[in-house]
Design a protein around this ligand. Sequence first.
Ligand code: SPV
Ligand code: MG
Length: 554
Amino acid sequence: MKSQPNPAQAALAQARPSKFRQLRELIASPELEFLMEAHDGMSAKIVEEAGFKGIWASGLSMSAALGVRDSNEASWTQVLEVLEFMADASSIPILVDGDTGWGNFNNMRRAVRKLGERGIAGICIEDKLFPKTNSFVGEGQALAAIDEFCGKIKAGKDSQVDDDFRIVARIEALIAGWGLEEALKRAEAYRAAGADAVLIHSKKSTADEIFAFAKAWNNRCPVVIVPTKYYATPTEAFRQAGISVAIWANHNLRAAIAAMRDASRRIRREESIAGVEKTVVSVQEVFELSGNDELAEAEKRYLPAKAGEKRAILLAASRGAALGRLTEDRPKCMIEVRGQPLLSRLIGTVREAGVREITVVRGYKKDTINFPSIATVDNDLFMTTGEAASLACAIERLEGECLVAYGDILFRHHILDQLLAHPGDIVVTVDALWRARVSQAKNWVRDFAACTRAFSPTFLDDEPVHLRRIASDMPAEEIGGEWMGLAKLSARGAERVREAIHAMRRDGTLAKAGLPELFTRMAGEGAPIHVLYIAGQWLDVDDAADLAEAGKFL
Ligand code: SPV
Ligand code: MG
């Protein structure tokens, strides 16, 4: 799906020929090439997404999309505005239908300059009179005098801001009923005046007069056609006739009208949008086409984290194999407890604490983790790496005030409130009632924390408690409590964790490390890691018994 170019795409685009050069090459190509109609930024994106090499900015379609007639009712600067959106939205060249050049040679000069400045690669002008009428409306339309039109072509060529800008001269002699001789006479005059190609137009239902023109013209310069009325002619016949470019001139507009009519009428009839839901693109697709992902990335790069805005990184890459069949098709954080996945409950708790930007690190069965407005990053090496490596996958989001949590824990809100209120740069939550959990006769590996001071229910002073280390085997007398898999980092703390991750990557210890090793290392290096003692009111889910507990906990 196409979206706004990111810096890497932009660099690639820069390596491509300019849009002017692209249109020049398209017209000069010995193959039959195609231009597809678009009339606004979105349709321009869709044309590019479909694989076309160039866009026809149709006067009829742009007018109709604006709700006006194809009779120069939209001013040329209004058209220019539309074109600018189209050019910004796409990286392929646009040939604009410039009607009669929006006036005389002088208007043409200014238009060509402005088009070039806005990245429009070429203009097609037709030899009629301003205000123009669509070629399929009425009979016997008046044609411009040949010398006046040639002056307009020359003025345009003298005004182009890029040597590769293309001017296509459109001959309306067949439309106006003047015949082949007149068409050929005009084609030659326009070519001699500097036109880069001629467009021979016809409103007949067969291409006979187009082929007669092409044969007599003998490719003195490239020939462009618009087969709207002779649509049944096989494209191969255009190739055989040596046509350079075929323009599919209005089919996105007509497709849009048909689709919008169907949707509007059905919604009105059914007084519901349920029926059309499957017939329209998703809102997500609209976001994707609009390039929302690029904006989200750019915001991270350029917007300072707002004061008080907190982030959370939830580590949810591991399977939880001890849960057996329950984790065959999903990671354990996606197991439902009372009808809602664990992770979704955790996200709810974190959100309620005012954390807006949440990132989940996925690994095992990653496609099952997909929540609206939750960013994801993937640790595809989850089978052989630990949580430190998962956190490293989200290192770009480890910035500003930040929570880090395992994806399989449940806890009461007040724990998070206390944690967020703690002034330390790095704070880990340690459950002082660890003996109660151990006495549940569980043989799971526990993350015991050794701290500078034991928990006392009568703490009256503010003397901070620091972490010495976290390990799964530790003499009971050293254990201060059990780390619950939740930590808070200030902006400074996040920076120190990032530095520690980089150091572990350098010395080769990152891949195998869990968060206990990460914090233990930091503590050993003298980083003050604060301990927030809590007294139960949380659980993690490692096995079926935990799952049953979780049900009760809620
Ligand atoms: C347009 O697309 O606006 C054209 C082509 O000029 S046609 O409508 O066929 O004249
Ligand atoms: Mg037109």
